[in-house]
Design a protein around this ligand. Structure first.
Ligand code: NDP
Ligand code: MG
Length: 380
């Protein structure tokens, strides 16, 4: 039995992780955490029998306690509750599938408690990669990527000497607005941006895919996971999302990982690494696929990607500003309070006015996040 805890069990990655657990008899769920979806969490508790579950507010915790009063499960709340799930004594591996920088502290807590991390929450590495990667080494725990591109690179590096990695080719679908110009992007609606051509994901990351900010965050995530400089990460648009990313080695050899777009594969790979398990579902059919095409990313009409390289090159607290400004701008866009093109505009504005802190501590990262939120609140 492999014992796992899931942070963000009611979300897109969380529910797919539980699908993998449902299909395999040797995964035991010891603890779950969500923000407020107690209805789904109750169902999950009844099916998977964790001994601990966390929600964000005391009010929701009370509600959930009543709902599962007949079961042997302890309900906790707030950041303390989330941390308790992260360090749950029985779990060997923690899946970090919460959205946003809220993931930093529980990830650190889990590592300190000796847990391997199946990392979906990209914001943690983007903002605190300089803290997380050395800490993983110090604690002797693995960081196993769940993000499909990073899982692909991780798979390509299997058995290779990482020092001989020359370059990463990070693939991007281009999102629902690929090929459009700024003029045509001005008035796009929330519904249009939520229509991803290949992947079904949470709302925030779906908008990030439409702005290409997701690829910017993934570049920063890859930089920490694989120890490469931003300049050695090349984004390549491959609209059908069949090649999930590629590793180029010093001798010019390029190794790619391909598959149908299905997040259960990278999730399952992280849960069982280094083993592979049978996964039911569609397989690649090269005859009907016929061709795979490639394009350069359009940073002119999608400046969110260019800003990510600026943030990564400057480093320090600037990736936190990039991420926090984007988080808030996406929330405003989803609320229909700003337009689509205002998202990169706001990120750029926040980056310009920020005084970079080198190697920020977790406190400084969270302070920077709060300052960015405040600035956006006062201006937009
Ligand atoms: P969702 O929005 O679908 O789910 C987010 C989850 O986090 C929900 O379970 C939510 O609970 C929970 N959550 C939010 N805030 C808190 C909190 N304060 N305490 C506890 N739980 C909380 O997001 P996704 O699953 O799409 O994404 C999760 C992460 O994985 C993100 O960082 C994303 O970038 C990354 N990722 C996602 C991919 C995908 O295919 N979806 C692919 C690659 C990476 P509730 O339901 O109660 O609100
Ligand atoms: Mg991805």
């Amino acid at each position: 039995m492999k014992k796992i805890a899931i942070l963000g069990s009611t979300g897109s990655i969380g529910t797919q992780t539980l699908e993998v657990a449902r299909a395999n008899q040797d995964l035991e769920i010891t603890a779950l955490a969500a923000a407020s979806n107690v209805k789904l969490l109750e169902k999950q508790i009844r099916e998977f029998h964790p001994s601990l579950a966390a929600v964000w507010t005391e009010e929701k915790a009370k509600e959930l306690k009543t709902m599962v009063a007949d079961l042997d499960v302890r309900i906790v709340a707030g950041m303390e509750g989330l941390l308790e799930v992260a360090r749950h004594p029985e779990a060997e591996l923690v899946v970090t599938a919460v959205v946003g920088m809220i993931g930093i502290r529980p990830t650190i807590e889990a590592m300190k408690a000796g847990k391997d991390i199946a990392l979906a929450n990209k914001e943690t590495l983007v903002t605190a990669g300089h803290i997380i990667m050395p800490l993983a080494e110090e604690c002797g725990v693995k960081i196993l990527p769940v993000d499909s591109e990073h899982s692909a690179i991780f798979q390509c590096l299997n058995g290779e000497n990482r020092r001989q990695l020359h370059k990463i080719w990070l693939t991007a679908s281009g999102g629902p607005f690929r090929g459009r110009k700024k003029e045509e992007l001005k008035n796009v609606q929330v519904e249009d941006a939520l229509k991803h051509p290949n992947w079904s994901m949470g709302r925030k990351i779906t908008i990030d895919s439409a702005t290409l900010v997701n690829k910017g965050l993934e570049m920063m995530e890859a930089r920490w996971l694989f120890g490469v400089e931003p300049k050695d990460i090349q984004i390549v648009v491959q609209p059908k999302s069949i090649i999930h990313s590629m590793a180029e080695f010093v001798d010019g050899a390029v190794i790619a990982q391909l598959g149908t777009p299905d997040m259960r594969l990278p999730i399952q790979y992280a849960l069982y690494y280094p083993d592979r398990r049978y996964l039911p579902g569609d397989r690649l059919d090269f005859w009907s696929l016929n061709q795979i095409t490639f394009e350069k990313p359009d940073t002119e009409n999608f400046p969110g990607l260019r800003l990510a390289f600026d943030a990564a090159s400057a480093g320090g607290s600037l990736p936190t500003v990039y991420n926090a400004a984007n988080e808030r701008a996406v929330a405003l866009f989803l609320d229909r309070r700003i337009g689509f093109l205002d998202i990169p505009e706001i990120i750029g504005n926040c980056m310009e006015t920020h005084r970079v802190i080198d190697a920020p501590t977790v406190e400084q990262i969270l302070e920077t996040e709060a300052a960015v939120y405040e600035m956006i609140e006062s201006r937009w």
